[in-house]
Design a binder for this molecule. Structure first.
Ligand code: NAD
Length: 490
């Protein structure tokens, strides 16, 4: 079982899909590891560290891929980099499938079984594999650090001989995984933190982190969370009330970090250009929703905009990639956790259960076909694909290679719940957001502070909670805008 780790080809990608730690783990599981030279360069890992962990070092991507049973990547590779892999080899990467069906078809033609790591379902069993969560957590942290670095004033309250310095007012919009970590980070560096979300469950989480919660808490708010813990799109009436509430608040903020997303949709606009015009000179907005259109009307994805009134809007992309060593360490562990159930412990070869819920949710190409019902090849794109044959099938799978149509049907069909827990997680098939599991590890209620524990203008508590290494996940580490959002999940 040969597993190859290739270097990323995107010049802006510093992460790597395996670290010396995970190389050792995979060797312990029976793998022969090969790492392309320089793969860890952007993540503070040199070839010698991989060699010391037991990996062979390959001079280029093709040499790494030669004879491999699995390829580990951060981003979708060019099909040419897969030349020489074993038929049916496994590819793990953030495949960024939305709108890239043609690129996926080209990968399908190589015969690899490609798994999209960002499509891992949010079920209890898959939490340790959830790359969206591990990367969003870091993005939330980095958003606040970047904001602080761009801000031309100090963040914490200071009492000095020359007089007092007031703490920076930091407002976090959207309290999912990234937002929770942003709150905790903003508190740690001494900001006076407020936060908003449309899901009522977030109120307690915000308070437990010592921040103040701000929201329109009407009947619609009470019902804004799906069974799976995600936000529903809000009515125009609610949005108008929300805008009215946040407009006056935003005008007083020094730093605003936005992370608000609705699965499968363009990000909601929460900050209009009129609101930006009310902010003070030197104020900062970091828009973590930039990849999905942005929460601020003036955001330009991947760029920093400075408005006429001196507000800086950072259109953050791949923020996790700017803490590459940590992001790689977590991503690499996510991949190991995904691979473990695919390996037969006795024979030490890949033995994929193609009927497994996590496999079905993430498998985009297999045996020259595209089995995922949400990501079908453009017309004619697979015509030249090799006909399915026993030889083309992976050597050690637990079932017969299914016809592409069968596989597509299998993915599209509702699946039986595996356990009472899984049953709880199941929702209306086809209703994407409602289908996802509820968070398991929210900050405990008993830690919640009274609502007025962190008044907007109060000096912050410098012993801010560390709990925001919280649940779940947020956005894909991909750098490209995603017009159609995430895949429906059960
Ligand atoms: P997300 O990235 O989909 O959205 C970010 C936040 O934006 C959410 O909290 C959402 O409610 C909020 N939002 C949407 N519209 C808004 C609006 N108009 N105004 C203000 N806020 C708005 O969320 P996420 O980080 O993926 O987390 C969503 C949920 O999934 C959370 O409850 C999280 O704990 C859970 N989760 C569970 C698991 C798991 O069980 N394995 C894993 C990851 C996340």
């Amino acid at each position: 079982m040969r597993i190859a780790v290739q270097a990323e080809t995107d010049a802006n990608e510093n992460r790597v899909a395996a670290t010396p730690e995970t190389v050792k783990t995979l060797i312990g599981l029976g793998a022969e590891m090969v790492v392309e030279t320089g793969a860890g360069k952007g993540s503070a890992q040199d070839d010698a560290a991989y060699a010391a962990a037991g990996a062979a070092i390959a001079p280029d991507a093709r040499a790494a891929a030669e004879g491999a049973d699995a390829i580990l990547r951060v981003r979708r590779p060019d099909p040419s980099e897969l030349a020489g892999v074993k038929p049916g080899a496994i590819l793990l990467a953030v495949l960024d499938p939305y709108g890239h069906e043609a690129e996926l078809a080209a990968i399908a033609k190589t015969g690899v079984s490609a798994f999209a790591m960002e499509l891992i379902p949010r079920i209890t069993r898959a939490q340790s594999m959830d790359v969206l969560s591990s990367q969003a957590n870091l993005a939330g942290y980095r958003a606040v650090i970047d904001a602080a670095a761009s801000y031309d004033r100090a963040i914490p309250m200071m009492t000095t001989a020359a007089g007092a310095v007031q703490p920076a007012r930091i407002f976090i919009m959207g309290v999912g995984v990234a937002g929770l970590q942003a709150i905790a980070t903003a508190r740690r560096i001494g900001g006076a933190v407020t936060a908003t979300d449309v899901r009522p469950a977030t109120k307690e989480q915000v308070l437990s982190l010592g921040a103040k919660f701000i929201a329109v808490e009407d009947e619609e708010f009470a019902a804004a969370e799906t069974a799976a813990g995600y936000a529903k799109p809000m009515s125009p009436e609610y949005q108008a009330k929300q805008a009215e509430l946040t407009a006056s608040h935003i005008a007083k903020q020094d730093i605003v970090v936005t992370t608000a997303l609705i699965p499968g949709r363009k990000a909601p606009i929460l900050i209009t250009k009129e609101m930006v015009a009310t902010m003070g000179r030197g104020a900062i907005i970091v828009d973590l929703a930039a990849e999905r259109g942005g929460n601020c009307e003036l955001t330009r994805p991947g760029e920093t905009v400075v408005t006429e009134n001196g507000v800086k809007i950072l259109g953050a992309l791949n923020l996790a990639g700017s803490v590459a060593a940590t992001a790689s360490a977590l991503y690499a562990r996510n991949l190991v956790n995904f691979l473990k159930p695919l390996i037969d412990r006795e024979t030490k070869v890949f033995a994929v259960n193609w009927d497994d819920e996590i496999v079905k949710a993430t498998l985009l190409t297999r045996d020259g076909a595209m089995p995922h019902s949400n990501f079908q090849p453009p017309a004619g794109a697979l015509e030249a694909a090799p006909a399915e044959s026993p030889e083309a099938a992976p050597a050690a799978v637990t079932d017969e290679a299914p016809a592409a149509q069968d596989a597509a049907e299998a993915v599209a069909a509702p699946q039986p719940a595996e356990s009472p827990a899984a049953d709880d997680e199941a929702g209306d098939a086809g209703q994407a957001p409602e289908d996802e599991s509820a968070p398991e590890d929210e900050p405990p209620a008993e830690d919640a502070a009274p609502e007025d524990a962190a008044p907007e203008d109060a000096a912050p508590d410098h012993a801010a909670s560390d709990q925001a290494a919280a649940p779940g996940g947020a956005r894909t580490p991909s750098r490209r805008p995603k017009p159609r959002g995430r895949t429906p999940r059960r």
